[in-house]
Design a protein around this ligand. Structure first.
Ligand SMILES: NC(=O)c1ccc[n+]([C@@H]2O[C@H](COP(=O)([O-])OP(=O)(O)OC[C@H]3O[C@@H](n4cnc5c(N)ncnc54)[C@H](OP(=O)(O)O)[C@@H]3O)[C@@H](O)[C@H]2O)c1
Length: 312
């Protein structure tokens, strides 16, 4: 019987991962934050496992998760993760080990959108997407006629607000940080040729609660991340995040759905995500992946895919 040590295994994604893997015949060793205070406990749990799963809280610097991932990789184990800050902050160090890592749950969770980038990562000319399920859920609910506070309550009830109950502007900043981490991963896995982005290269624009409400109350706007090669585009006041890296311009903004040629026919609803990729070989068409982005069950399901691939 194969065994997985799940760091943060008592949380929502960890519990769902454990249940799904048990159904596939795996045994699971769930480590809570208290267990992980003792480094020897973590080391020996890694030693006795075939694969290590990381479902602990995403802290901005990702240091604690990176230390555990490094130990697991040094011990020759495969690592699957839903935590995204370790890889977004330490991409260069982890890059040599990507073949032993499962990252599907880090961006777009259940949509498995990273598969598109990991399998066809050369020749990308442009990418765009909705990568934050929480904001897409709120925008969708409001476009269906709900008010912001009802939509926020519904998002919390669906476990979409990872940081728990927050004010609208705190939630906005927390989700924007999430968009930044995911943007770094999408860029490094899909666009980068030599230079990798680090989270510290990105910053977000501070905006008022009124401004956020204005965007959320506009049913035709969605929070899109854009990646454009050789683009003339400059920083605009409405950009929530903007960075240049090599030949690329990366920015996040509330964008009219009508302006996104790939999104109109496939507009993701509720907590779904979408990623559209344009390749230089076929500039007139988009490869599009759409599907569940957040939620413990779809997130755990994409980790199970990673586990089974690494264990095969
Ligand atoms: N929920 C989603 O839909 C979703 C989607 C995609 C990715 N993710 C990512 O998946 C991870 C888990 O999310 P979740 O929703 O399951 O959150 P959660 O329910 O809050 O679980 C987080 C777990 O991490 C543990 N933890 C905190 N600090 C730790 C440390 N230093 N060492 C070891 N364990 C620690 C917590 O233990 P205590 O309770 O003892 O503090 C808790 O069991 C996060 O990184 C999140 O960003 C979540």
């Amino acid at each position: 019987m194969k065994n997985i040590a799940i760091i943060g295994g008592t949380g929502k994604v960890g519990t769902a991962l454990s249940n799904q893997l048990k159904a596939c015949g795996w045994s699971t060793n769930l480590l809570s934050s208290t267990d992980c205070k003792d480094w020897q406990t973590v080391k020996s749990a890694i030693k006795t496992s075939d694969i290590v799963g990381i479902t602990m809280t995403t802290f901005p610097d990702g240091k604690a998760a990176f230390k555990i991932m490094s130990e697991a990789l040094d011990q020759g184990k495969g690592v699957v993760t839903a935590e995204k800050a370790a890889i977004a902050n330490h991409f260069s160090e982890l890059q040599p080990y990507l073949h032993r890592m499962g990252l599907l749950a880090t961006v777009g969770g259940g949509s498995k959108m990273l598969r598109l980038l990991l399998s066809h990562h050369t020749g990308i000319e442009r990418m765009g997407g909705i990568v934050n399920g929480t904001f897409n859920f709120l925008s969708t609910q409001i476009s269906l006629g709900k008010d912001i506070s009802t939509a926020l309550t519904a998002a919390s009830a669906k476990d979409l607000c990872e940081s728990g109950p927050l004010s609208l502007s705190e939630l906005f900043i927390s989700e924007l940080r999430d968009v930044m981490l995911k943007s770094v991963l999408l860029f490094n896995l899909g666009c980068s040729e030599r230079t990798y982005l680090k989270v510290s290269d990105l910053s977000y624009t501070h905006i008022s609660e009124e401004y956020i409400k204005h965007f959320l109350n506009s049913p035709h706007l969605r929070l899109f991340v854009h990646f454009e090669k050789h683009s003339e585009r400059k920083f605009s006041e409405e950009d929530l995040m903007f960075v240049k890296c090599g030949a690329w311009t990366i920015y996040a903004s509330f964008t009219e759905i009508e302006k996104m040629p790939f999104a109109r026919p496939w507009l993701p609803r509720n907590e779904e995500n979408i990623l559209a990729v344009q390749y230089d070989k076929d500039p007139d068409s988009w490869a599009v992946i759409r599907g569940m982005g957040a939620g413990p069950i779809p997130t755990a399901a994409s980790m199970v895919d990673d586990v089974l691939r690494l264990a095969a």
